[in-house]
Design a binder for this molecule. Structure first.
Ligand code: HEC
Ligand code: HEC
Ligand code: HEC
Ligand code: HEC
Ligand code: HEC
Length: 217
């Protein structure tokens, strides 16, 4: 059989078959995944270097998310605030409080506070904060009521099922752009609320992004 190297044309079908098998496998895995109980990290709430509380700063002081997470609106990633942002107030408030000692140290040494990540998607999933925020999808849809939480925790599963549940019918979950940062906003009741979301979906021509390639590239 020496010298009988198959010509490219002869190999092509096998490649196609292999590719088909792979994608069949992926589809089967996805199906199994979707119908098995939801994998979830809900409740994950690491102890942070400073006991920062959204309940105090958002719930009680009424601060806007953008004071600290200003990148969320325009970038894929939301940022965490540098220690200097905290010092806008904490150079006057609770200066000698031991709970803020790591913050003072971070400022003096010019090193960022080593915050521990709460949410993380696997690398093979595409996600953009800005894409959601400019279509009226609020922080609270994916992160829950941070304004009522002391230690930040993963509130929602952020699993594939979680994403798809909205992507199949996003037109029921949209709100006016100026309300996306407000965790306390609730839509008008009944018909009126549904009509508002539908009108927004029409105005922005919101698509139902359910193809695998929307999130896996
Ligand atoms: C005063 C600053 C400040 C404000 C205002 C603020 N945050 Fe935060 N946020 C932080 C800090 C600091 C962390 C990191 C520590 C932690 O996880 O609690 C954080 C963490 C988070 C995380 C977890 C990030 C991760 O690691 O996955 C989410 C989600 C979040 N914030 C959402 C919000 C939302 C939504 C709002 C507005 C309703 C908001 N934050 C307002 C300072 C702030
Ligand atoms: C707009 C002003 C302001 C900013 C900015 C701010 N804080 Fe505060 N912070 C306060 C006030 C007011 C209190 C409540 C003080 C009190 O209890 O007397 C507070 C309380 C705290 C406490 C004590 C625990 C609690 O929840 O009462 C910690 C810890 C804290 N802040 C950390 C931070 C960190 C970390 C940042 C930056 C990510 C930050 N703060 C940014 C105003 C601010
Ligand atoms: C449609 C769902 C969704 C919405 C809406 C959303 N987030 Fe997130 N957020 C996520 C996911 C998913 C991650 C993890 C991203 C990753 O690992 O790549 C995340 C991560 C974060 C982080 C950690 C840093 C990062 O980007 O990985 C912060 C901070 C955060 N979100 C804040 C916010 C704030 C503030 C808002 C509203 C202004 C918001 N998020 C709206 C889903 C959402
Ligand atoms: C509450 C509703 C909702 C949830 C939850 C949600 N999305 Fe979306 N997503 C949307 C809407 C609305 C759009 C905009 C559709 C359009 O552009 O027409 C969108 C767009 C996207 C896009 C396209 C962005 C672009 O570049 O245009 C990706 C990718 C995406 N979402 C991934 C995710 C992932 C991953 C999750 C889960 C972690 C998720 N989404 C959760 C509503 C949601
Ligand atoms: C709206 C966004 C979105 C769409 C559309 C989507 N996925 Fe996913 N997929 C995700 C997210 C988010 C995860 C990661 C979940 C996690 O972290 O547990 C994921 C995980 C997976 C995994 C890994 C499962 C595992 O157990 O590790 C496979 C395989 C997969 N998706 C296949 C698909 C296929 C095939 C399609 C098309 C039928 C599809 N996905 C469509 C968001 C999406």
């Amino acid at each position: 059989m020496r010298g009988s190297v198959p010509k490219p044309t002869a190999r092509t079908p096998r490649h196609i078959a292999a590719a088909a098998l792979v994608s069949l496998g992926a589809a089967a895995a996805a199906l199994a995944y979707y119908f098995t109980p939801e994998y979830s990290r809900v409740g994950y709430a690491p102890i942070q270097p400073v006991a920062f509380s959204h309940r105090t700063h958002v719930g009680e002081l009424g601060m806007d998310c953008r004071y600290c997470h200003d990148a969320a609106e325009r970038a894929e990633r939301a940022n965490l605030p540098p220690a200097s942002t905290c010092m806008d107030c904490h150079n006057q408030i609770l200066i000698d409080d031991p709970r803020l000692a790591p913050l003072q140290e971070a400022v003096q040494t010019e090193r960022p506070l080593p915050w521990i990540r709460v949410h993380a998607l696997p690398d093979y999933v595409a996600f953009s904060h800005a894409a959601h925020l400019r279509r009226g999808v609020a922080c609270v849809e994916c992160h829950g009521r941070v304004d009522r939480t002391d230690r930040t925790r993963e509130e929602k599963s952020l699993s594939m099922r979680f994403c798809l549940d909205c992507h199949r019918a996003p037109e029921t979950r949209l709100r006016p752009l100026e309300k996306v940062f407000d965790p306390t906003w609730t839509p008008p009741k009944g018909e009126e609320g549904a009509a508002l979301s539908k009108a927004l979906a029409r105005r922005w021509s919101v698509r139902r992004l359910t193809d695998c390639s929307a999130c896996h590239r």
